[in-house]
Design a protein around this ligand. Structure first.
Ligand code: ATP
Ligand code: MG
Length: 282
């Protein structure tokens, strides 16, 4: 007889070492997204892999709250989280080979249902699905399309059509160069009001960001301490201020420290950890 496995409930460990950090780059993104929303333009946001575009956009839109709420929306009497009522933003990632038709259906449906959800949250008597005669405002103000460089001609055309038919701002996020490819679609291109480059972490944010990682490894970061300063320098040089590389390097640093029972984040530890990162670093 098969052995009975005892089931012990345990939470999933967090995927990232540190919580979301509000950096200067994130604040710049927020300012950009606010402008696109206010003026109802199309905005193109581009930047190298791993700088934090997706995380900034998800945070702006309240995407984690949305996902959590969306999972339980029919099984519990839950209200739309306040973050969504405030953000009024749909965050959407297209499938890799999405067709224009599917993209149009999905974006239209998700943006429409977010608007209906916000209407219901603001007025519990409002029934956007039933009250066909009542003029119900369209409350989704911004749609953010991540990985927009996946979109082919007809998907981009569909997006332009969606944009023209609705009173919304639209942000397309992609890799550097994708904003120039959009120039091949003159009608879409002429609707682009802003292009925004997402850059690596600014020097002024490095101490705060590293302090969080240090704390996660049980240390206190002191920029005046020459060991901490040298390690911080090494981390910045190796990663070039790329958030994904910093996260990966710090994960390896934690491993090196645990394996060797070290309690200082010394430059040698940083370099040893760097050897374990086969790809990605310069
Ligand atoms: N503000 C932040 N606070 C904490 N960690 C961050 C932040 N921004 C980025 N990261 C870390 O960097 C990783 C990469 O971020 P993200 O996926 O947003 O990059 P991206 O620019 O969208 O990259 P890609 O172009 O490959 O999609 C995240 O998984 C996270 O570990
Ligand atoms: Mg991304």
């Amino acid at each position: 007889m098969a052995e009975q496995i005892e089931w012990v409930p345990r939470p999933r460990p967090p995927r990232r070492l540190v919580e979301f950090q509000v950096t200067k780059q994130h604040r710049r993104f927020v300012e950009f997204a606010d402008a696109v929303r206010r003026h109802r333009y199309i905005g193109a946001c581009y930047g190298a892999p791993g700088l934090g575009k997706t995380l900034s956009a998800r945070t702006y839109a309240g995407a984690d709250d949305y996902d959590e709420w969306d999972r339980d929306r029919y099984s519990r009497r839950t209200a739309l989280p306040a973050s969504l009522v405030a953000s009024r933003t749909l965050f959407y990632t297209p499938l890799v080979h999405i067709t224009g038709r599917r993209l149009n259906l999905e974006v239209d449906m998700f943006a429409g249902s977010l608007s209906a959800d916000i209407n219901r949250a603001l007025n519990p008597n409002c029934q956007p699905d039933i009250d066909e005669d009542v003029d119900i405002p369209y409350l989704t103000e911004l749609v953010i399309i991540d990985e927009a460089d996946r979109l082919k001609t007809n998907a981009l055309e569909q997006l332009r059509d969606f944009f023209d038919r609705n009173d919304v701002g639209l942000i397309l996020i992609g890799m550097p160069g994708f904003e120039r490819q959009l120039a091949r679609y003159p009608q879409l291109y002429s609707r682009i009001g802003f292009a925004h480059q997402y850059r690596p972490i600014d020097a002024e944010d490095v101490p705060t960001v590293l302090a969080h990682y240090w704390a996660e490894l049980g240390r206190i970061y002191d920029p005046a301490d020459p060991v901490d300063a040298e390690s911080a320098n090494a981390i910045t040089t190796i990663t070039g201020g790329n958030f994904r590389l910093i996260e990966r390097l710090m994960t390896q640093i934690a491993r090196v420290m645990a394996i060797n029972e070290l309690d200082t984040i010394a430059p040698e530890v940083v370099h040893a950890a760097r050897q374990m990162l086969v790809v990605g670093t310069q």
